[in-house]
Write a protein that binds this ligand. Structure first.
Ligand code: MEV
Length: 331
């Protein structure tokens, strides 16, 4: 037992409606795939899914979705193999291919609904199942996105000293997922408008880290993420900003920054303590730590360079059944 036992997804009969939050990575993307620490937070943008009995299996009215949507197919093969046809509707407020966890949120919400339709599912199992589905669909990656979506709040992988939530495995690799501390800060996320492929970026970084200086680079990723996680736990904005800048430098060095991301980062240099890309990079989004009181200015500056910017707060609840008493909705 941990000091934070997240509630299971209760058994429920169809129709079932679930939701799961997107995520924003503060430290450690890419390196986490190779076992280094990561810190992410679930954000208050989510995907909602409704699953109903039907005469034919479809996703958002598309009866061919099982053929061309890898995530949908992987989820149903893993959790609904012998199940009757279902009609799944999914609505998301998370921009797609933007580095904000839209696939993980879809997978976690759908796996939660399918789990509820069986006998219910423990949250640690939901984290493993969601990762297995995402990994089957993507072929690469870490459980960072899916575990953050399942847990809600701040989450660390392979780092930090918060209560252990669960361990997720893939073959001989394993990641320990812990509760990260919440400094109570607001963050700004801005989407560059350039969609990107997680698979391509993860493979390119894997090749870069396989070069002779790879182990040394990975060691630098590890220590920057550890510093960032410690700085946030101490609520030390200066150290957090320093670690964010150092992390961005490393991400640049492994080739996943992009001129457009650099433009966005530069645009907030006066109103934010620091900014870095978030997620897979090569397009996608940045995350900025605004100077308190200057959030609106950062959003204006980002809009001026054509980015879709918004303030994000941690989603307190991870994946689960939609309920009228949802704390993330009651604001
Ligand atoms: C993508 O959101 C984060 C990456 O580290 C890939 C992963 O962890 O699965 C780039």
């Amino acid at each position: 037992m941990t000091s934070e036992d997240l509630p299971p997804i209760e058994q429920h009969t169809l129709p079932i409606s679930t939701r799961a939050p997107g995520k924003c990575i503060l430290f450690g993307e890419h390196a986490v795939v190779h076992g280094a620490p990561e810190l992410a937070l679930a954000i208050d943008l989510d995907t909602q899914v409704i699953v109903r009995a039907s005469d034919r299996t479809r996703l958002n009215a598309d009866t061919e979705a099982l053929r061309h949507n890898d995530y949908f197919r992987a989820a149903l093969e893993a959790r609904w193999r012998a199940g009757p046809p279902i009609d799944v509707r999914a609505v998301s407020r998370i921009p797609k291919a933007a580095g904000l966890g839209s696939s993980a949120a879809f997978v976690a919400a759908l796996a939660a609904a399918l789990g509820a339709a069986h006998e219910g599912v423990a949250r640690a199992d939901l984290a493993q199942i969601s990762f297995d589905i995402e990994r089957t669909a993507q072929g690469v990656g870490s459980p960072g996105d899916t575990s953050t979506s399942v847990a809600g709040g701040y989450v660390t992988l392979n780092g930090g000293d918060g209560p252990t939530l669960w361990t997720v495995t893939s073959g001989s690799q394993s990641w320990t997922v812990r509760r990260g501390s919440d400094p109570g800060w607001s963050w700004i996320v801005a989407y560059s408008g350039i969609p990107r492929s997680t698979q391509d970026a993860v493979r390119a970084v894997g090749e870069r880290l396989a070069r002779p200086d790879g182990p040394e680079l990975l060691a630098r990723f590890r220590s920057v993420a550890r510093e960032g996680i410690r700085a946030i736990a101490r609520e030390d904005r200066n150290e957090t900003a320093r670690a964010m800048r150092a992390n961005q430098e490393l991400l640049r060095e492994v080739g996943v920054s992009h001129p457009r991301l650099e433009e966005l980062i530069t645009s907030v240099s006066e109103c934010a303590s620091a900014a870095k890309l978030t997620g897979a990079g090569a397009g996608g989004s940045i995350v900025a730590l605004p100077i308190p009181g200057r959030e609106a200015e950062c959003i204006r500056r980002l809009a001026r360079v054509g980015a879709l910017a918004f303030a994000v707060r941690p989603a307190r609840r991870g994946a689960g059944l939609v309920s009228e008493t949802d704390p993330d909705r009651a604001r």
